[in-house]
Design a protein around this ligand. Structure first.
Ligand SMILES: [Cu+2]
Length: 66
């Protein structure tokens, strides 16, 4: 599982947009987002770089990942 720090998420729309972006890379990915802590947990077999790039391309800067 990846734990990403993602900026600019403010509402349910953002949660959907980020989830969609990740699932465009891996349709079976499990995405769990906590708006308060800006933390995005991704359960996926996709490469971390691909997941990070997809979220960033959707307009949400990824400032941390582990
Ligand atoms: Cu939003």
């Amino acid at each position: 599982m990846y734990e990403l720090q993602v900026e600019n998420m403010t509402c349910g729309h953002c949660v959907k947009a980020v989830t969609k972006a990740v699932q465009a890379v891996d349709g079976g990915a499990q995405v769990d987002i906590d708006l308060a802590t800006k933390q995005v947990k991704v359960q996926s077999g996709a490469a971390l770089d691909a997941v990070k790039a997809a979220i960033a391309d959707a307009g949400y800067p990824v400032t941390g990942a582990r």
